[in-house]
Design a protein around this ligand. Structure first.
Ligand code: HEM
Length: 425
């Protein structure tokens, strides 16, 4: 049960809850008491959400979760209701202070930045980042992304025997792309890589992850200080050059940390799971290998089908409010199941299967509303470049272990593979 507990929290949730527990608020140890049915939105059967999630959605798209802590927790699995909740920043707050009773905490004090902030603080911080995520600024990263992918493919090609695609491809690519984006100097990249790997602590417990968070924040604060003295052309340098007087070093380190948190594990999971989809579907493999024009549609389809961020950040009802015909009371917690919503049959037929030929359908893999993923276009750039490059370099790539023996993260907010051994000769 203890190891299950450590897996169900992302680093951010752990950090907030442990902070609150130190202050005598929410007791972290009570997470172990969660009944199995409450973990339903985080469980999968291979690539698919467990059937119970779909059954729940068809029966009750907004339902009450059996949580024993004296808080009302609602699970939203229907697409329309999910979109309504995510799109209503006036009706729902993202501030964890609502749960832990630590009012007055704001994104500027809380690393992780945007995801837990409400407007107007959220609007102010997000405006600092937005210009760095326009297509014009992002297109400057294209040559760097290509070089990073090639370097990882070279590393895979050099391996003797089976090679783990997670370790050599899926994890390093987004981590190095975030270095490029932030403007982390080349000499510092080994440290950055090490910290980001430790940070996600894919297999460790809560304590190891907490240590990695404070270490990476201390490290990012150093990076920010260097950039303040000598601003470069990356995201941090540009914000310092353009708005340096409006933002503190602590806020900048928090934003950089939020970008790392938001952009690393998510993209890594998509790279590995998307590669697995290709390895198991000959038709899709051939299509992406042969036809440049097919990759856009394929990427949208796997983003929807895999929906690796299984649930959005918790929302807290700011007032008594109705969604999907259900009455939610002020202070109640609302969990939006993105993976449930993205397979809602109301969006179209056959969404339980991946179809590389599907005309892209609406999906919530990047969320919706003011907190919609700021890095969505960057993630798409990475995926659209990486999948075809992988297949063209290794046209004979195949699984080195039977698919049934692959292991996935058991219960985690960002779903992913532990390892993906492949043969590439
Ligand atoms: C395929 C990869 C990715 C997926 C599936 C993904 C998914 C998401 C989702 C679902 C949210 C909204 C959560 C909510 O509303 O509660 C989000 C927010 C966010 N993402 Fe992503 N993301 C990806 C890549 C990235 C990248 C590459 C970056 C940056 C480099 C990034 C940075 C962020 C940030 C900073 C937020 C918080 C935005 C806000 O609250 O205003 N993400 N992401």
């Amino acid at each position: 049960m203890v190891s299950m507990r450590s897996r169900i929290m992302t680093w951010a949730t752990r950090w907030y809850l442990s902070r609150a527990s130190k202050k005598g608020g929410f007791d972290l140890s009570r997470m172990a008491l969660l009944p199995d049915s409450a973990l339903m939105p985080l469980k999968r059967d291979g690539l698919d959400p467990i059937p119970a999630l779909g059954e729940q959605r068809d029966r009750e798209p907004v339902s009450k979760l059996p949580i024993p802590f004296g808080v009302n927790v609602w699970l939203v699995t229907g697409y329309e209701a999910a979109k309504t909740v995510l799109g209503d920043a006036k009706g729902y707050s993202n501030d964890f202070a609502n749960l832990v009773g630590d009012h007055g905490a704001s994104a500027s004090h809380s690393p992780g930045g945007l995801g837990f902030a409400d407007p107007p603080e959220h609007t102010r911080l997000r405006k600092l980042l937005t210009p760095e995520f326009t297509m014009r600024r992002l297109s400057r990263l294209t040559p760097g992304i290509t070089a990073i992918i090639d370097q990882q493919l070279d590393e895979m090609a050099a391996a003797d025997g089976p090679v783990d695609l997670v370790e050599h491809f899926a994890l390093p690519i987004p981590s190095l792309v975030i270095c490029e984006l932030l403007g982390v100097p080349y000499d510092d990249r080994d440290d950055f890589q090490r910290l980001s790997m430790a940070r996600f602590d894919l297999f460790g417990g809560a304590t190891a992850s907490l240590g990695a968070i404070s270490e990476s924040l201390a490290y990012l604060t150093q990076v920010v200080k260097k950039q303040r003295a000598e601003p470069g052309d990356g995201l941090l340098g540009m914000i310092i050059k353009e708005h340096g007087d409006q933002v503190s070093d602590q806020e900048l380190a928090g934003l950089a940390d939020g970008v790392l948190t938001g952009g690393f594990e998510t993209t890594a999971s998509m790279l590995a799971l998307g590669a697995l989809v290709l390895l198991q579907d000959e038709d899709a493999f051939k299509l992406i290998h042969d036809d440049d024009s097919a990759v856009h549609g394929f990427v949208e389809e796997v983003l929807r089908y895999l929906t690796v961020v299984q649930v959005a950040f918790p929302r807290f009802a700011r007032k008594d409010i109705e969604v999907g015909g259900v009455r939610i009371s002020e202070g109640d917690v609302v969990i939006v199941s993105l993976s449930g919503a993205d397979r809602d049959p109301k969006l179209g037929p056959g969404l339980e299967k991946v179809d590389p030929h599907r005309t892209p359908t609406s999906h919530l893999a990047f969320g919706h509303g003011v907190h919609r993923c700021i890095g969505a276009e960057l993630a798409r750039m990475e995926l659209r470049a990486a999948y075809p490059a992988l297949l063209r370099r290794f046209p004979n790539m195949r699984l080195a272990t039977p698919a049934e023996e692959l292991t996935y993260r058991k219960v985690s907010i960002v779903y992913g593979l532990d390892t993906l051994p492949v043969l590439v000769d």
